[in-house]
Design a protein around this ligand. Structure first.
Ligand SMILES: [Zn+2]
Length: 117
């Protein structure tokens, strides 16, 4: 079953479009729930990785996960921003459950170092 959430909405955001985008994120998480839930603004995550090179059977080692901003928009007016990433060593999945709805003109995608979809 998919849990429904309301996105965090900036001012001047179309509420209907924002809720449709959030429903899509709810469906994605319903089908493939993350191992760790992260806020839409969190750019870096560490977890105890059992497959990190220095890990032993008794001790997992803290390992960094690159988290990308994902920017969804159907109409180039309203967008939903959230973050997701996967541990390259063990596949541990982190993703936001609640996105932030923004006006595309006010908050375009981050460019440069941080990847995006
Ligand atoms: Zn890992």
């Amino acid at each position: 079953m998919t849990t429904q959430h309301d996105p965090v909405m900036d001012m001047q955001v179309d509420e209907h479009s924002a809720k449709i985008l959030q429903q899509r994120l709810d469906a994605l998480n319903g089908a493939d729930y993350p191992d760790m839930v992260i806020p839409y603004f969190q750019g870096n995550v560490r977890h105890s990785c059992p497959k990190a090179r220095q890990s032993t059977a008794r001790r997992a080692v803290s390992s960094s996960i690159d988290v990308r901003e994902i920017y969804w928009s159907d109409d180039d007016v309203t967008a939903l921003i959230f973050r997701a990433g996967t541990c390259k060593k063990c596949g541990f999945l982190v993703r936001s459950v609640i996105g932030r709805a923004v006006n595309v003109a006010d908050r375009p995608p981050i460019s440069g170092r941080v990847g995006r979809d």
